[in-house]
Design a protein around this ligand. Sequence first.
Ligand code: XMP
Length: 586
Amino acid sequence: MAAQIAVLDTGGQYCHLIARKIRELGVSSEVFASETPLEQLRHVRGIVISGGPSSVYDEGSPTMESAVLAAGIPVLGICYGQQLITHLLGGTVKPGTKGEYGLALLDLAVADSPLLAGVTDHQQVWMSHKDKVAVPPPGFSVLASTSTCETAAIENRALKMYGVQFHPEVVHSTEGMRILSNFLFDIVGCEKDWSPGERVELVKQQIRDRVGDRKVFFFVSGGVDSTVAFMLCLEALGGDHVRGVYVDTGLMREGETEFVRQTFAGLGLVRIEDAAEEFLGALEGIREPELKRHIIGEQFVKIQERIIDEIGLLNGKWILGQGTIYPDTIESGGTAKAATIKTHHNRVPGIQKLMEAGLIVEPLADFYKDEVRTIGRELCLAPQLLDRHPFPGPGLAIRCLCADEDLHVQRVPDGYLVPVRSVGVQGDFRTYAPVLAIDAFPTVASRLQDQATELVNRTSGVNRVIARVAAREPLEHLRVFASTITHGRVDLLREADAVVRQMSAESGFDKDVWQFPVILIPVGAGEARDSVVLRPIQSVDGMTADSVSMPDELLHAMAERLMAIPEIAAVFYDLTHKPPGTIEWE
Ligand code: XMP
């Protein structure tokens, strides 16, 4: 079936998400490279051009055939897409240096635009850009603005061409779906031709086509993605054709191995492999996040090779199944133009080689976490399994931060610069930068999160803001200690994580958040050389996320329990949304 809408990929983190949102509105859509010639796009009814990390002025930046814009097909350009239309059609794009990341309010300039029909004035939209349109192309007019972007939406009604600087596809643009729907149905005239109900059968058929008469070997982690992928293969291929191994990497949370044992006990298809010493040994002395991720991913490949060899399966009859979901691929820089934000454990070179050899099956590769949960429900998996918070493949290793050398905390105008670097994403690019700590308790009422985005935009070289919850010493006396991943630090993190997990579950707070990472940072004073960062977030798909507040009483109690651990010097609260921070610190 030919898709009605082509989404042209200019390298943005949200390109695939646009296609998904269009499908959610019941319209078939497909992602194409932005340079796809008109000949291959003639069948589509409408075109959406995605956002991307480039500037139209960069050498080799993504572009598109001018003929596509002249073909009379309705077009909606999003973010970079809007800038590209402007650039190609004779308007002016103004290069930016600082950029605008986060929420903004959209003020409508006209009342009757088909694109913004039914949209309320002064609504919340979500921005992530540096450049912006200075002068729209001839024949275009401005539909809306924000306080920092005068050209937040433009149109040429006669040509059915539109552009928006904000991202209607992310949930933070509260009326974004309305805008997409206006484009699809009122401007393009699409018909509803796509239904998510047929998905599970389609995926099972895809598994059978890919695997053929071979068998599938799985690493299961007890998490939602690998379990749902495993169960899909089991249903598609039957029990004789699927095997699973759970590897205890020594980097798992407390009680995980037992949970997996119980979950898969009935199926009898999963064996448990203790590889803690191997993983921790391979990580000895390693501090850099991407290196940690690569080492862990390759360690999984080694174990897979060993097990397959051991049980005599190296006979061309086995392939590796993975629970990779779409964000894993896009954030690993795995699409044609997207920047690498983090290399996920299932995208390291050893795995890429297997992929090239056709030895990998990934039934969930096109889906997001919330869709995976829905598929899991359709497979009748237990809610306590499906509702688990996501936990990353590399485990506690990427929550146990390390430092190359001893360093001091530095006073800066808005707080304290803590020279511990964490990963962030800004304007579709990866950042790796120090943290700003503010000396204030994050009560619910204070809503410190509202200031965090502004603080990151204002403080150069910082991508994350944390607030002090409790500390043994004033913040200016804390320092960063040279550190690596050791048994002791992983155990300390596991202990702190278990405290947080237990208190979140008992209070019911875990139901209010999508994920709650606990991070150990090598910041302390005297004998207590580490601190804990609490990072509860709300999200739909993990691609964007909000830092959420915790009830004051619970936060006080949690801090008290954590500070009772002698090795912990301080407890902090991460106030950063994604972007500019990522959910995990590494
Ligand atoms: P970030 O930190 O990029 O994370 O905002 C987005 C989501 O992905 C999870 N995550 C991973 N999951 N393997 C995984 O299976 C990985 O290597 C990995 N890295 C991050 C993260 O926990 C969050 O839910």
